[in-house]
Write a protein of this length. Sequence first.
Length: 402
Amino acid sequence: MKHAVCIVVDRLSAGFLGAYGNTWIDTPHIDHFASQSTVYDQTLIDSPRLPVLYDSFWRGSHALVARPAAALPGLLQAAGTATWLLTDDAEVADLELAAAFDSRMLVDLPDEPRIADDVAATHFAEFFAAAAGQLSAIERPTLLWLHTRGLATTWDAPLLFREAYAGEEDPAAPDTADVPGLRLEAEFDPDELLGYAHAYAGQVTLLDDCLGGLFQSLDEQGLADNTLVLLVAARGFPLGEHGRVGAVQGDTEGEPLYGELIQVPLIVRAPGAKGSTRSQQLIQPLDVYATLVDWLNGPERADDLPLAMNLLKQARPDRQRRTRAVASGDGGQWALRTPDWLLRHAADERLELYVKPDDRWEINDVADRCPEVVAALCDAYQATCRGDWTSPVELEQDHEVA
């Protein structure tokens, strides 16, 4: 009897997890989970707008190409699989397809900006306690979809979680649970930014503790040996990389499509997996759809998805590798990623080019030095809009950018 648990954490940045190379934040439970899983290093969301993102997760669609497959809940229900949605985000609970789940549960957690006195009183603890309760109710093949607002809502971890990351000479960590959302002024105070980073790190450690409890519940309920578990973020969280901290309210241009927002963690643990593997394949949210269809409904259905990749079979030699990943945002923004480049089209029509994977945080814009690369990637974007995902990106010559 097969099950799947998909855990979606909003605003979780890959760069703050040990499994993705972070060395100063404690995430032992996620790191242990990763040691039994496949870690996808190059996962990019196709949109920072949750309704669009969830069309990809639940319809096998993409923000640029409206070619949806059968809706995930109905497809799995027809195969005898129960579909349960548990979320603390009213926006997700109110999505059209959310009503198609057999069970839709909204964990009503108030957005009170207060620091909790202990872990049990935190947002994460209450949400994952509810999730663990759902595990105990599984009696037949089940998809349990968990979506938490995560780090987009109140940062309520006890102060000691953030204080643990401040050195003796560092400024005191902020003592508020408010989630920052601001543009940094030209002369911003770096100590203030450091405080936000420590507070964010404290929330990540709290998340890790609570996920550890959920993973333990899977073991205790005897589900670990027949349950596919996916941990993925809905969006990342900017922490000053390009002049912003968090999401700025009322920004008509939308959030800039840089890596700190659109490149997210994805860790997939399949039953019976031996050790950890890493993949540099370009992954997008519709691949989660294909993978769940394969696991719970049969590989013949997953193979009939021209745009999506089944993560359980993506290493097969007869499968074409994706040559690009694309994200679409507000204000005419888009970003195209290949194994070697990221091209960002800003709301003001500006084009920026970054060398990948070396320039992880998109610091050095080389668009003016590589105009032919920019032109080729613009052509690739137009091809992608027409539904061509696999043709190679034609460049006139190889480029080495110091």
